[in-house]
Design a protein around this ligand. Sequence first.
Ligand code: PXP
Length: 247
Amino acid sequence: MSPSAAIRLGVNLDHVATIRQARGTTYPDLMEAVRTAEAHGADGITMHLREDRRHIQDHDMYDARRVVTTTLNMEMAATEEMIYTAEAVGPDFCCLVPERREELTTEGGLDVIGQRSRLADAVARLTAAGIRVSLFVEPDPRVLEVSAEIGAPMVELHTGAYANLSGGAAEAELTRIRDAARIAAELGLQVNAGHGLHYENVGPIAAIPQIAELNIGHAIVARAIFVGLGRAVREMKDRMRAAREAA
Ligand code: PXP
């Protein structure tokens, strides 16, 4: 496989639903966003069904299951309610994330070591339902080892700290992510990454050879205000591809 073919873009459409929920309208049509993103290069569609339902609603997940022609990734907390919903919806992938009601967005990776048995149970149940599970984790070698031990086939490396830092601190975090990607691949895990990535900072992450997929939402929906969703998706994909090819 050529390097450019090896990196996928999962487009997170939560914030299309954020605009809809802000007014309780039926527009913007989330399924039109799904079709547009897929027509312009999205390799997958990601939606986070949060406990507080602040953006994606339950019916969106079921609608997306009917409409998505690439792959549907359901982000969710590893709670009984969400596992039950995922079993009913049947997404291709589930990305398990930590969730706190008051947070603006997902903060920090899963406590895979402290919550080992609860997460192992969630991985087993979702796997039994035919869903491939990803764990959203910090780029920490011990966390990656435990992720593999509890049977997760994939991890998503948290790039939020990298995105929030600058200068030497961002470089140091990038080194942690590169090392983590190598270690995760050696453990046999599929390596994805995401959170806080935008058009200017995506290059060094996309260039990491072990990374199979990036999940990106906020920056794409924000760019879509000016250029439309299709072009916003294409531009992100082009940046990822260029960085991977130059690596
Ligand atoms: N990956 C995970 C696990 C997330 O929780 C989020 C945010 O919902 C993203 C990726 C996308 O982050 P952003 O919207 O900052 O691109």
